[in-house]
Ligand binder design. Structure first.
Ligand code: ZN
Length: 326
């Protein structure tokens, strides 16, 4: 296990109010970093922030063995069999998903809600391995990405021939009024200063341009059910977490007109699986993993249906917002 320095952050850095402890004793879900962290919830603006948190010069340690870089271990044959069964389960569930609307929601999110938007110039902030950029480029969009991860950016350019800037959006100094759409999929929660990034997005979007964001929902059913084991906390890599209301408010404060603010459940099965594995301390037999696969899709479906009576409790927050045209 590696260690990382963490410093107290007693005040909300977005509105400078005090908070109340929302969750404590969260450990690194990947088990690579020693220590535990907590989240405070701001009593004024409702944003959740990591306290204590690694200082910016130490945060690279939290990504040195990040799950997007590592391969899964374990018995290869059992893993291949599970993967095959997983595909079969998804295939069997497909008709149900089509009928109840979950398939439509999943497709909507697969293209970051942009399938019916006129094609234009798109920037993906936090582009990772570039899968969204590749998908959108194939649909005729002119795309580029940005990410802190140098290796990921190199891969995007090498594999897809897409330009990817390395570093912080605010320091990249991209041209004003130059993008039709900016996407931030599961990115804003990793930022030290989300408001500065949102204001930079506003500056570089064309008037009337669209910002689409997704991020874990701190008031999701999963967060309530799993407490410190909920995967969405992802300490110490997630520095701020949001609810529909708090992210909508921050986006408006940054100068945008928010057009949609909601939650969704597509893809939440994996969060249920990882959260439950965390809770049980890992190391499940393949039979237990199989049971959990089925259980997780049932939970995803229950969460999706619960939106009818308990809105804004889906696994992820979705915000669509436009830069004012004038
Ligand atoms: Zn606040």
């Amino acid at each position: 296990m590696n260690s990382i320095t963490s410093e107290a952050r007693p005040i909300c850095d977005l509105c400078h109010s005090t908070g109340e402890l929302a969750q404590s004793e969260i450990t690194d879900p990947d088990g690579n970093l020693s220590g535990s962290w907590g989240f405070q919830r701001c009593t004024a603006c409702g944003v959740y922030w990591l306290d204590p948190a690694p200082p910016p010069h130490e945060i690279w340690k939290a990504y040195a063995t990040y799950h997007t870089h590592t391969r899964k271990s374990g018995n290869k044959v059992a893993r291949a069999a599970l993967s095959l069964i997983h595909r079969l389960i998804k295939l069997c569930l497909l008709p149900l998903w089509v009928v109840n609307g979950m398939k439509r929601e999943a497709d909507y999110l697969r293209f970051m809600t942009l399938a019916d938007e006129p094609v234009g110039v798109l920037l993906d902030v936090g582009c990772g391995g570039g899968r969204l950029l590749n998908r959108m480029q194939k649909r005729g969009w002119q795309v580029e990405g940005i990410d802190f991860d140098e290796k990921a950016c190199e891969k995007v350019t090498k594999r897809y021939g897409i330009r990817a800037h390395v570093g912080d959006l605010a320091q990249c100094n991209l041209a004003a009024d130059s993008f039709d759409v900016i996407c931030m999929s599961q990115t804003i929660e990793h930022l030290y200063d989300p408001m500065t990034t949102l204001r930079e997005c506003l500056r570089i979007l064309k008037p009337g341009g669209l910002l689409v964001m997704t991020t874990p929902n701190a008031q999701s059913l999963g967060a309530g059910e799993f407490g410190k084991f909920w995967r969405g906390w992802e300490a110490p890599r997630h520095l701020h977490l949001f609810t529909v209301k708090s992210l909508e408010q921050l986006t408006r404060q940054s100068g945008f007109d928010v057009t949609n603010a909601d939650t969704y459940s597509a893809g939440s099965a994996v969060v249920y699986r990882v959260s439950r594995t965390n809770q049980r301390g890992g190391n499940l037999s393949w039979l237990e993993e199989l049971g959990m696969l089925i259980w997780s899709y049932r939970r995803e479906l229950q969460e999706y249906r619960a939106q009818n009576t308990h809105p804004h409790t889906g696994q992820n927050v979705l915000i669509r917002a436009r830069k004012p045209a004038h």
